[in-house]
Design a protein around this ligand. Structure first.
Ligand code: HSE
Length: 413
């Protein structure tokens, strides 16, 4: 009999316990032995819960119980999760977590501690909710060098963008529903301003490229500057606007990486991904593009990934050799100034003909877009691929009474 502890009984923790007991017989068959959750750690009381006898408030009860072989951390954040996870690994217990902030900030260190103590540190649920993506990258695509990863990595913002621009709902109302459905972070600014997607692309890039990418080194923008006016132009370009996290291999063993709203053409598999769904495109040098799709947030989808990691942790007595990366100084992350992509730009012209001449001088030949709802003297266009620093510099030089109203990068995934 393998005993498990669950740290945290919030949305993901309660979902984990629910899925575990619902599918226990099947899980035991897969694990090849009996399993049980011995403890649930939470500071709150749950006297009416069918699992009331399992609740403890003191982590040391779990840490000092040699029967507990797998600790499941679903509290989120760094404090106290980091201390709990680290001491569990040092005590020879495998750890399963859904905590993307923890993996993005401390993953290299925790993977090393797991390795040194012959246990596992698994985090399938940290990216993409219920979508299998961590194991596919390290255990199914290992024949490939990964050239690029790009994904819709945050369910809350994809849900908000869908509700706002497809159904005309206000931002605040859409966010409130996302919170009620258990999609949003405790502090939803982490969703809206891109930090959550940033943590996830850091985890994927670290895994794909073998060196830890720390979130503070990643250019990150959220969805707050995406307007209905921009969305209205997308029909004429056969495209959608999505919050994308992307990382790609560059020359000299460098990578480029960023999180920002992006124009995605309709022929891309990422373009039709709506509501809470996430999709992650992995471009391998042998396989070409592979896309993983599913619910990126929510109680049961996330619990699905947590519980399957629990079974994996029970089955694997030795540390996984393929799941991991090393700590690294960060000079392999290319400055975002060098990032290359096309750009969608919307501006208010002083005089249309003069401004078109200025645009041609600064950006060369561009493709003008149309919108039924365009304002008087408004122009929207898409440039050729150019470096970020050149795009910024050209936008600063737009003159003669013209005013930039919006700029969104265009990606070709
Ligand atoms: N707040 C996150 C999201 C939860 O909306 O994607 C899943 O990581």
């Amino acid at each position: 009999m393998q005993k498990i502890a669950v740290l945290g009984y919030g949305v993901v923790g309660s979902g984990t316990v629910e899925v575990f007991y619902k599918n226990k017989d099947n899980l035991e068959k897969k694990a090849g032995e009996e399993l049980d959750i011995k403890y649930i750690l939470d500071l709150r009381d749950f006297p009416d819960s069918p699992y009331a006898d399992k609740f403890v408030k003191d982590f040391n009860v779990i840490l000092n119980d040699p029967e507990v072989r797998v600790v499941t951390e679903v509290i989120g954040g760094i404090k106290p999760s980091y201390d709990f996870v680290k001491s569990s690994l040092l005590a020879g217990k495998s750890v399963v977590t859904s905590n993307k902030e923890l993996v993005a900030k401390k993953g290299a260190e925790l993977l090393k501690i797991a390795h040194d103590n012959h246990v596992n540190f698994f985090f399938e649920a940290s990216v993409g909710g219920g979508i299998p993506i961590i194991k596919p990258i390290h255990a199914c695509l290992e024949a490939n060098e990964i050239d690029a990863i790009a994904g819709i990595l945050n369910g809350t913002t994809n849900f908000i963008l869908t509700k706002m621009f497809r159904e005309g709902m206000s931002f605040d109302e859409a966010l409130k529903i996302a919170q009620q459905l258990g999609y949003a972070e405790r502090d939803p600014s982490a969703d809206v301003e891109g930090a959550d997607a940033c943590r996830k692309i850091c985890i994927l890039a670290s895994l794909a490229f073998g060196r830890h990418v720390y979130p503070e080194n990643v250019h990150t923008e959220g969805i707050t500057n995406v307007t209905l006016a921009d969305v209205e132009y997308m029909d004429s370009f056969d495209a959608k606007i999505k919050l994308i996290g992307c990382a790609r291999r560059e020359e000299n063993n460098e990578i480029s990486i960023g999180v920002f709203p992006a124009v995605i053409k309709d022929e891309s598999q990422l373009s039709g991904v709506s509501d809470v769904f996430n999709a992650i495109l992995v471009r391998g040098d042998a396989t070409g593009d592979v896309v993983f799709y599913g619910k990126g947030a929510g109680k049961l989808p996330t619990a699905s990934a947590v519980v399957s990691d629990i079974v994996s942790a029970v089955k694997h007595n030795e540390t996984s050799r393929s799941l991991g990366w090393s700590d690294s100084e960060q000079s392999f992350i290319r400055s975002f100034d060098e990032f290359t992509c096309a750009n969608y730009v919307r501006l208010k012209a002083g005089n249309i003909d003069v401004t078109k001449a200025v645009i041609k001088a600064l950006f060369g030949d561009v493709k003008y877009l149309s919108s039924n709802k365009k304002e008087e003297n408004e122009l929207a266009f898409v440039t050729d691929v150019m470096k970020e620093k050149d795009a910024v510099s050209a936008l600063e030089k737009v003159s003669d009474g013209a005013e930039i109203l919006g700029r969104i990068r265009v990606l070709d995934y």
